[in-house]
Design a protein around this ligand. Structure first.
Ligand code: MN
Length: 204
């Protein structure tokens, strides 16, 4: 049984970038629903339940029953992505990364601001619901729905931004760009760097 991830901060702590109202709804309703539907869909597949969440999502596409496959793939992705998303934010946003990660981004995008602009443009330009990701090779990609790059072998994300309307509509209405701009203030670069370093060590 998967469980809703606990937050390391209170619902109101990311304001004004993200209001308590959005955080509460996003965590206790949207994320909880992904968890509940994932658990319900996995009920018939005890073998799948033994695997890691990433593996469950990857294996779901091979199920004969399309309804179950979609339910596990989409809700599994929702649980994976949101569990990461909460950790990628902090009330004590550090502004920018340091060390090797900063070097990688500056090397690829000219400056840290160049990276921020590129990521923001891609996130703002994504049509419909989905996510924008920074992978550990410095590439920036977007995916639809609750798709995560790891489940398509399209990279290992070390940072991701939820650009579904449920993530910002109450605060920013239709102006996704303002949400993205404010979000940078609460990015937990310490966590991003930790993921970058641990994946680099795993590859070495
Ligand atoms: Mn969401």
């Amino acid at each position: 049984m998967f469980e809703l991830s606990k937050l390391n901060y209170d619902y109101g702590d990311l304001a004004p970038a993200i209001s308590a109202e959005i955080m509460q709804l996003h965590h206790s309703k949207h994320h909880q629903t992904y968890v509940d539907k994932l658990n319900a869909a996995l009920d018939k597949y005890p073998e799948l339940k033994k695997l890691s969440l990433e593996e469950i999502i990857k294996q779901a596409v091979f199920l004969d029953d399309d309804t179950d496959a979609n339910a596990i793939f989409n809700n599994g992705g929702g649980h994976l992505n949101h569990s990461l998303f909460w950790e990628w934010m902090t009330p004590k946003g550090q502004g920018e990364p340091t060390g090797d990660l900063k070097e990688l981004l500056v090397g690829k995008y000219g400056s840290f601001q160049g990276f921020v602009d590129e990521f923001s443009n891609k996130a703002a330009g994504l049509f419909g619901s989905g996510w924008c990701w920074l992978n550990n090779d410095g590439s920036i990609i977007t995916t639809s729905n609750q798709d995560n790059p790891v489940t398509f072998d399209e990279g290992k994300p070390i940072l991701g931004l939820d650009v579904w309307e449920h993530a910002y509509y109450l605060d920013y209405k239709n102006v996704r760009a303002d949400y993205i701009k404010a979000w940078w203030e609460v990015v937990n670069w310490e966590k991003v760097q930790e993921m970058y370093e641990s994946q680099k060590n795993a590859q070495a």
